[in-house]
Design a protein around this ligand. Sequence first.
Ligand SMILES: *Cc1c(COP(=O)(O)O)cnc(C)c1O
Length: 359
Amino acid sequence: MSAAPSNSSWPGVIRRYAEYLPVTDATPVVTLLEGNTPLVPVPQFVEAIGGKFDLFLKYEGLNPTCSFKDRGMTMAVSKAKERGAKVVVCASTGNTSASAAAYAARAGMRCVVLLPHGKIALGKMAQALMYGATTIAVEGNFDQALNIVRELGETGQVEVVNSINPFRIEGQKTAAFEICDALGDAPDFHFLPVGNAGNITAYWKGYREYQGVGKSDTLPRMCGWQAAGAAPLVDGQPVANPNTIATAIRIGNPASWTGAMDAVRESEGLIDKVTDEEILHAYKLLARTEGIFVEPACAAPLAGLIKSVERNLIPAGSLIAATMTGHGLKDPDTAIGAAGFQPTVVQPTRDAVLQVMGL
Ligand SMILES: *Cc1c(COP(=O)(O)O)cnc(C)c1O
């Protein structure tokens, strides 16, 4: 018999932070050992944008299904299993479905995902299909798909694992704990992309709870960034036909509207928007200055940071954390389009290669 491997001491977010989560010894923990993601300093990016502060990126693309959604999904699926649910269902711009499908497989449950037809990044679609979810493409947008899911939930036959499920928010708040544990306190500012607004709600809850139990002294200003074509929270009203290249935040009527606005107001933060052009610029700049490849939605807060520097909103010496919510390989089409994919074709000789190299 082989011994249990001893090289993996990280137990996943539920076991690590159980005392702050609504779980008991009776909760069956469905985990892929999510969390414990790196908090990467990015001084070259800061220099490139003319900042005079320290920026750390919480690289959530390194979770098991390559987005932060795994933190909430381990909670939602564990609690669903505890209640004896057999089927989980979600509407998704892609990452929620990838995560739900993976955790459902892990739990031995059935998963049904509703996706906006034609508006989901390729990698995310591949994941839902591979994990064996029943994948339904709705001829409508995310908001319409979520409305259907709410109605399915009311039948009592399925467990909804969108962020309207409060256990999702509970799991996601652990990212704020990890940031405080790594930095020794909360940062001065926290930048993140905002779509359905569950994550900004979760981070703010996490930061306040950690301060409440004396694990951190300060609270960050929460700075949420939406895409200009899908900015209901900035514009103050739902957007009927949201549009942006950052499909993960292509949402016109956020479920956690109040949670997001409370976080911004209570933390004296801000909610603002950036154009797709600004998003694509920041997306490439991060990859090229630091070797960190994120999906386009993550570049919204980076573009927002560039804007904040231009507006002189960041005091010198500030400590800033920003969430990089998903991995760049989720959306290869946008990457290839943005990079301008043109490999130079040469004869198989050293001289031909040297010539292209300009040597
Ligand atoms: C889900 C998601 C978001 C948006 O998070 P909300 O909680 O819906 O605001 C942003 N980026 C990525 C990569 C996501 O998967």
